[in-house]
Write a protein that binds this ligand. Sequence first.
Ligand SMILES: Nc1nc2c(c(=O)[nH]1)N[C@H]1C(S)=C(S)[C@@H](COP(=O)(O)O)O[C@H]1N2
Ligand SMILES: [Mo]
Length: 354
Amino acid sequence: MSARRPPLVGRFTGEELALAGRNRGMPLEALRHDVTPSGLHYLLIHFDIPPVTAQWKLRLTGLLKHPFEITLEELKTLPARTERVTLECAGNGRGQLSPRYPSVPWLEEGVSTAEWTGVPLAALLGRAGLRSEAKDIVFRGADRGFDRGVEHEFARSLVPELAMRADVLLAYAMNGAPLPPQHGAPLRLVVPRWYGMASVKWLYAIEALERGFDGLQQASGYHFRSAAGEKGEPCTLMRVNSLMVPPGIPDFYTRKRVARAGAIEVTGRAWSGAAPIVRVELGVDGLWRDAVVEERQCEHAWQAWHAVWDARAGAHELACRATDALGRRQPLEPPSDLSGFGNNGVQRVHVTVR
Ligand SMILES: Nc1nc2c(c(=O)[nH]1)N[C@H]1C(S)=C(S)[C@@H](COP(=O)(O)O)O[C@H]1N2
Ligand SMILES: [Mo]
């Protein structure tokens, strides 16, 4: 396996800037929407957006009793299902770490929620008939490139138990419209509650294997590691996390916030792949108190929260911290990880009140 890029300290590089421009985040004010408008949904595109060809078909191959191919038109005639799903990039928050891994330098905006419509993956696997020897199922995207010297197409796998879950979708629509090119047209996988890398875009093939898939994005990418050369633990469910809409108005260049003294309603969202959110605390200058958390409306989507802040003149630091029903709570400081994965350290927003 090829070498990792050496870590960076200090100013962002031109390469990081280029990646940030291609892979833009959701502006935090868009947290006001239950469902992120499609044009504001964050993007993560490793290589180039591949073209959709007239001959596109989804191929189901490998250890199946009845391998087959299916066109988009045929897929659209099958019983459809819509799921509201919060996706977060596993690398979200990487840009706040020091040293940091040279990759997309997300600060905190690599998260969004959309309504995905499509056919449950289980329906197609049911029709294909998984053979009992099948141990892993690979999802291949049509985008291709190099990472650390290795040429590959973006591909990820799921074990059969997970692939057969009723809420895992092959989606051809997003927020009620055809899937846009940047989000995987004509077809993508959507794996609710997992970090975004599992939701393979530009899907063209599904292959059942008799052993674990060893592609770069599966076997070496997307692992939590504390030291180079470690095998690490795979990134799976999204960790408990929360964000607020930064209060007040920004300075154009520094993005620092200015607000008027008085009662300010602070709003945001919280999510966790493992369980519902049961508590969100708002911190003001290090003093924490409970915010109001709305009930979970959709099993796979973030939950809204709000709190009133009695803002007094001066410089303040706001923070928010969520806890899920399994008692997982966001750490006050970013957890360390070599690639900057899973940074669910609390968000801090500096506001000058006048
Ligand atoms: N084929 C393909 N699928 C992909 C990716 C990619 O680069 N190529 N990026 C993954 C990652 S890392 C994330 S976080 C999500 C982002 O989905 P979005 O761009 O629709 O928000 O797509 C995933 N699926
Ligand atoms: Mo990602």
